[in-house]
Structures are given as C-alpha cells and as structure tokens.
Design a protein around this ligand. Structure first.
Ligand SMILES: C[S@@+](CC[C@H](N)C(=O)[O-])C[C@H]1O[C@@H](n2cnc3c(N)ncnc32)[C@H](O)[C@@H]1O
Length: 219
C-alpha cells in the first residue's frame, strides 16, 4: 500500500482495499493529536490518571504510539487494547516518518517493535503503557472488560459501512465504564443518531484541520 504525505508533513497510508487513507490528508499527526489525544485522553485525564482505551483499528499504530508518548509526558498509565484485521507490515511501519515528525527519533525502534509484538496478549512497554493488540474483527469482538475511552478510528462510513451499524454502537456502549466516552473524527448526522439510539449522549466538538466538527459520545 502506498505511503503518502499529509499536509502537516506526516505520512499516511492509502488503503488499496477501501480506496481511502488511514488518516486525514490535512495532517495525520495533527488529527491524532486533536481527536484522540486531546479530546479523548486529556478529557478523561481530568478525573483519573490510569486510563483504559479500546481502539478500533490499530492501523499504522500512530494513535497507539502518540498515546504512549503522551502517557509518559503526563505521568499517566494507559492500558491500550487495539483491534485489527489487516495488520500493516513491519516493512511498511518502518517507512513511516512518525518518530522523526514527533521529535522522538530515538524511539523509532519501539515504534517498529509495536508492529512485531505477539497478538492477543498484553505487553508492558513501559511503566506508563501496556499494549494489547487483538487480531479480530470488531464484529466478532466480545469485550471481557470495560474501558474509559474508545478511539473509534474505522474507515469512513462510505468506505466501510459495516463498521458503523447500530448494533456495533450498542455493543460499544456496553463496553464503556460509566462516564466513559467514544471519540471519533466522524460527525455525520446519521452516525450520531445511531449513537443516540444505542444509548449514548453525543457532543459536537470542533474538528481537526479540514473538518468542522468531530464527535465525542458518552454514557
Ligand atoms: C482508519 S484506519 C486506522 C488508523 C489507525 N488508528 C492509526 O493510528 O494508524 C482503520 C483500520 O481499521 C482496520 N479494520 C478494518 N476492518 C476492521 C474490522 N472489522 N475490525 C477491526 N479493524 C478493522 C483496518 O485494517 C485499518 O487498519
């Protein structure tokens, strides 16, 4: 799959299966920093500093890597579980410029190591970050615990509509701890109605560059 530059200079990947990029073309790192780190982790960190995250779509590992760096900076402990069906190869991960763009070139081997970790068991990568990669489609995933924050980072509804069905959000609502929240770059009306029917309260928040709004939904 081709690697392309997004507007902030950070890479993204073009999915040949779905015909869409893994991140916003207006800036991959900028999108992750805003939607997931700021509106997800920092929001939850107002009340606790040990945070459990469920991510839908590990992809390039950018969200996971930036979460690890932020946990270290802020002194948080993050338990991060991420679902994936079509893993990015180690060779592809090695071609991504995230460690350099994030001013952490010395962490490049850790970024690549994330992609080499054995699936389906937790790995303590530091005092601040435990990563569990789960090789399973979201549709088959039966949560065994509950989470503080869900990073809903599936491909867009037009590209992969089966990820955005109401039954998915009913399942994810049950997977959140009380007061937990789901964050995503998507702000489409029909998506937000499905969230509400599944029991969420939805919030419109300013989006990252190139998107007027994003969504946070909580229980
Ligand atoms: C928008 S990309 C995720 C980007 C990623 N969060 C990152 O930081 O690079 C969507 C991801 O969802 C994965 N995916 C596709 N179908 C899935 C499914 N049924 N369950 C879980 N993940 C799926 C894709 O392979 C892809 O890696």
């Amino acid at each position: 799959m081709p690697i392309i530059d997004s507007a902030d200079g950070s890479h993204t990947i073009l999915s040949e299966v779905y015909g869409v990029t893994y991140h916003s073309r207006h800036g991959a790192i900028t999108e992750t920093a805003h939607v997931f780190i700021q509106m997800g982790l920092h929001w939850k960190a107002q009340e606790k500093n040990e945070i459990s995250v469920l991510e839908v779509g590990l992809g390039t590992g950018l969200n996971a890597f930036m979460s690890m760096l932020e946990a270290e900076r802020q002194g948080w402990v993050i338990h991060y579980q991420s679902l994936e069906t079509h893993p990015v190869t180690v060779e592809q991960a090695a071609g991504l410029n995230y460690p350099d763009m994030l001013q952490t070139p010395e962490r490049a081997s850790e970024f690549i190591q994330m992609h080499q970790l054995e699936w389906n068991r937790p790995h303590k990568l530091s005092e601040h970050f435990i990563l569990e990669k789960t090789l399973l489609p979201l549709q088959d995933f039966q949560p065994e615990r509950t989470y503080d924050v869900i990073f809903f980072d599936a491909f867009a509804p037009q590209a992969q509509p089966e990820m955005w069905e109401e039954s998915i959000f009913e399942k994810l609502a049950k997977a959140l701890k009380p007061g937990g929240g789901l964050v995503t770059y998507c702000a489409q009306g029909e998506f937000r109605r499905r969230l509400r029917r599944a029991g969420f309260t939805t919030e419109r928040l300013p989006g990252p560059p190139g998107k007027r709004e994003m969504t946070r939904a909580f229980i």
